[in-house]
Design a protein around this ligand. Structure first.
Ligand code: PEP
Ligand code: MN
Length: 359
């Protein structure tokens, strides 16, 4: 049996708890209003000067029995919870978020009568050589890819190479070759762009602009492709967290372009037997968090040709909207990524093993 005196005091404590709770939530409601206005004014929610002023006032007003240090510690927790509340309010407003836009976004790549849609239910395949190297290589590639039923051909004219002495790509003549091959074989053309100065010319020739893993946080470039009026294939940075990856999409979205396809291409881990580690959880999480289509680049994830079918099947099983794969007429002589590109026979086998999954 509890002592009646203690019980009576506890009853008062219970009542005070409710008063504190009501006061805290009243405060939280005010803080939310301040937060919303700060968001409108594009002001930061964190204001250390204001926090120290409030602490000063509170310690001056404190009559105990709590010490001033305790009062400060308690109110710092309240300030932290309030800041979290203000920052959380902004989250659903991010344009990439499903909270802001529950329906899937369809991304259409088109030129004339040709068109391919990501995110509309059909699984899309992007295939082609790592680099655009020569007229003969592209003629062979274009004819083969079109005959294989591929609609979106990739090929890099600007190549991000680890060594400055590696093949850097043909530049504008490469873009011209890619566009010509695409025209000759009724293909759509995806090409990487690495420099803000090349965005306009790349957008002139390519039907979709790719941002590679190394430029995933090149914010000037992301803004520039956001303004280029072309769909964007946005690779995940090799060390990007989910948040960083989705915020790269936000850069493009914030320029008014929602035609973005996210592409998981493996992240850097301690593992050496694959070039990168394909992060399929990221695909599943991305499908939950964003309305944008998500595809998987199995080639750059694996860095080898013998596990591409199971990786592609796994990608589609986990909800990816498509697959990206490198194919070259003669991978042994390719000027980039020659370990990981499928030859034509290997690509035919890949298509057979995958079955009729492509839209
Ligand atoms: C590429 O697609 O050719 C490429 C360089 O890919 P990533 O940026 O994913 O390495
Ligand atoms: Mn490559």
């Amino acid at each position: 049996m509890t002592d009646p005196q203690i019980q009576a005091l506890r009853d008062q404590v219970d009542a005070v708890n409710v008063e504190i709770l009501q006061a805290l939530n009243k405060r939280a409601g005010l803080v939310e209003q301040i937060g919303a206005r700060q968001t409108e004014l594009a002001q930061s929610h964190f204001d250390p000067k204001r926090e120290s002023e409030m602490l000063e006032k509170l310690t001056n007003a404190n009559q105990g029995p709590f010490s001033s240090a305790t009062v400060r510690a308690l109110f710092k927790e309240i300030f932290k919870a309030s800041l979290d509340l203000e920052e959380k309010q902004d989250k659903p407003k991010l344009k990439y978020s499903r909270k802001a836009h529950p329906q899937d976004t369809s991304v259409t790549v088109s030129r004339g009568d040709l068109s391919v849609t990501f995110g509309g239910g059909a699984k899309v395949l992007i295939a082609g050589p790592c680099s655009i190297e020569s007229e003969a290589q592209m003629a062979q590639s274009g004819a083969f890819l079109a005959a294989s039923g591929v609609k979106l051909m990739r090929g890099g004219a600007y190549k991000p190479r680890t060594s400055p002495y590696g093949f850097q790509g043909l530049g504008v003549p490469g873009l011209e070759l890619g566009a010509k091959t695409a025209r000759d074989h009724q293909l759509l053309f995806v090409a990487e762009v690495m420099d803000t100065r090349d965005v306009d010319v790349a957008a002139q020739y390519a039907d979709m602009l790719q941002i590679g893993t190394r430029n995933a946080q090149n914010f000037a470039l992301l803004k520039a492709v956001g303004k280029a009026g072309k769909p964007v294939l946005l690779k995940r940075g090799m060390s990007s967290t989910m948040e960083e990856w989705l915020l790269t999409a936000e850069y493009v979205l914030s320029e008014g372009n929602d035609q973005i396809v996210l592409c998981e291409r493996g992240i850097r881990t301690f593992e050496k037997w694959t070039r990168n580690t394909l992060d399929l959880s990221a695909v599943a999480v991305a499908k939950l968090e964003t309305h944008l289509p998500v595809i998987v680049d199995v080639t750059h994830a694996a860095g080898r040709t013998d596990i591409l079918t199971p990786l592609a099947k796994a990608a589609l099983a986990v909800g990816a909207d498509g697959v990206h794969i490198e194919v070259h007429p003669d991978p042994a002589t390719a000027l980039s990524d020659n370990q990981q590109q499928l030859d034509f026979a290997g690509f035919k086998r890949f298509l057979e093993d995958m079955g009729p999954v492509w839209g």
